[in-house]
Ligand binder design. Sequence first.
Ligand code: CTP
Length: 418
Amino acid sequence: MLIALGVTGGIGAYKAVEVARGLQKRGHEVVAIMTASATKFVGPVTFEAITRRRVITDQFESGANSDIEHIALASSIDLLLVAPATANILGKFANGLADDFLSTLYTATRAPVLVAPAMNTNMFAHEAVRRNLDALAARGVRFVDPGEGYLACGWIGKGRLAEPDEIVAAAEAILRPTGTGPAPREAAASVLGGRRVIVTAGPTYEDVDPVRFIGNRSSGRMGFAIAAEAARRGADVTLIMGPTAVEPPAVRDVVKVRSAADMHDAVIGLADRADLVVMAAAVADYSPVERAAQKVHKAGETLTLVLRKTPDILGELGRRRLAAGRGPVLVGFAAETERVSEQAEAKRAHKHVDLIVANDVSRSDAGFEVDTNAVTIVGAHGAEVLPLMTKTRAAAEILDRVERLLAGSPAATRALRN
Ligand code: CTP
């Protein structure tokens, strides 16, 4: 299919190159349109080399008007994707301004429109921008939300362009909604198609009193990436998430829980009917024995909290499966700081699970609060140490291995026959 990729002037413009490649890998043709400010961040030659097409940078370029190009293109594209989309282009789209090729194309096309905004946190939160986003959403424009983290301007918050993989997946979801059109190679081959998958993500909060809790720094991103990737492969995903500020992906069911006990009940209640359970949540290992009904006021110099072990959800799933002789594929996570493979293997054996994905949390570029991860996947056949990669990519690597495990089981045969 033909996709018009609009690139506007943001620091994330370089990521649009990866988006173009990702779309092409899935068999799409890409025509890149750069605004004048986008060309200050990346050269048109880069896009020309990738797309093997002339890059449109100017509405009034000589030779570009013989067939009124924006009109010709407007009627031949299957999708208009803008990544990154600045506050400026959103304002133009929302208000019908058409003073360059991209904004003119937006008003001229009837193709679906997908936008990946990227800007400073305060700009993204500004009422004017929110109003434009709302206006576009009401008109049917679809969005790939920006991520949170360190922004190029030095701020921390929401505004960074979504990962290229995520943008490509969102484009695919529009171009090839389930059950229509030629299936992408991955979906056709996906063993996860039609499978029931439970993914847990984020921290749990263990309440001490009405205003205090014991929590941890998990953002939920790794679990979210797995849930999104499983859904992309056609699985029927239930995401059970603890409290986190990061937005969960759009999967079939999102269940929000708070404590380890809540998460235990939610998972155990659904696990019997699942084909796969991925426990990516950082479940608290201990919880206060008593939750004070009223706020605890300060008294002595020291305070003792008595904690009790929480139910080990993954361990319980492993034991149940062992006793029943059947059950879902089980994947656990382990945060380690030393002897990563060895500790992970011990955890795998102890909890009777299929795979343990171990993070070396002593690294600053892996684990909590970052978009990258360096994981070691430990299974029955040993440990695989994977290089540093985005959590989206790590999710795909993990699910590739899960699919190999699932491939032989009865539900897989059913899914593939259908
Ligand atoms: N887990 C769980 N229920 C708990 C605690 C953890 O299901 N009450 C799951 C986590 O979601 C994760 C795995 O078990 O998949 C982690 O195992 P755990 O033994 O808690 O290891 P760590 O968190 O790494 O901590 P430790 O090594 O101290 O045991």
